[in-house]
Write a protein of this length. Structure first.
Ligand code: DGL
Length: 234
């Protein structure tokens, strides 16, 4: 029997990791849970996120998943330690804001991070910041509005967004409100610290053009998932 690789997120966000993984490992079977009944996760308490994540994991394990990708920064921050402790035989891959490469590459010494409150409150983010971003100014910006915008653009019944609903002047205005203050403060790297945000990448990049590089760890997470599958002979 071929066992699938499971992915979950509060909604459509994590499909950017799913797609990157499918490009790298086209022969793997995958199952994706978009927990839209409980989206957004961003403002929920860690206990709630653990409970919701555990429910997603149980559904994926009932489908015999051999590895689980927590395709959500917020769920990784709140729940991955607990999930690993509760399911020691299953490898879990998580995602956290790519603060380290951003800090290393920044020339201005100012880095902007867009994420949910849950991610900014998590241990992982704060440890990474203390270890790798001590010498840069990190501007942390909660951008929950982006999650709502992306979820509204989901094509009913499909695991995809309608780009026409994202490339609008109204969406660009919201994106500018969040990103322009970071650029004015000198940020030359903008980290997408929520898996919903890469869906807005064309708009974000047009706002950042000539000022800042946009950094998204989805590809790196997909490569890590492939490495772990290979290392464990899965
Ligand atoms: N896509 C999620 C993340 O990476 C969560 C967004 C939300 O539900 O608030 O953080």
């Amino acid at each position: 029997m071929t066992r699938p690789v499971g992915f979950f997120d509060s909604g459509i966000g994590g499909t950017c990791i799913l797609e990157a993984f499918r490009r790298l490992c086209p022969d793997e079977e995958t199952i994706y849970i978009a927990d839209t009944a409980h989206c957004p996760y961003g403002n929920r308490s860690p206990d709630e996120i653990i409970r919701l994540s555990e429910a997603c994991v149980r559904r994926l394990l009932r489908r015999h998943c051999k590895m689980i990708v927590v395709a959500c920064n917020t769920a990784t921050a709140a729940a991955i330690d607990t999930l690993r402790a509760r399911h020691p035989r299953i490898p879990f891959i998580g995602i956290e804001p790519a603060l380290k490469p951003a800090a290393l590459r920044s020339r201005t010494g100012v880095v902007g991070v867009l994420a949910t409150a849950g991610t900014f409150n998590g241990r992982l983010y704060n440890e990474t910041k203390a270890r790798f971003a001590r010498n840069v100014t990190v501007l942390a910006t909660v951008a929950d509005e982006f999650v709502t915008i992306v979820e509204r653009a989901v094509i009913p019944g499909r695991l995809a967004v309608d780009p026409a609903r994202l490339n609008t002047p109204a969406v660009e205005r919201v994106v500018r409100t969040k990103i322009e203050p970071l650029l004015r403060a000198g940020a030359d790297r903008i980290v997408l610290g929520c898996t919903h945000f890469p869906h807005l990448r064309p708009v974000i990049e047009s706002v950042c053009a000539g000022h800042a590089e946009v950094i998204d760890p989805a590809e790196a997470v997909a490569r890590q998932a492939r490495r772990v599958l290979q290392a464990k002979g899965l």
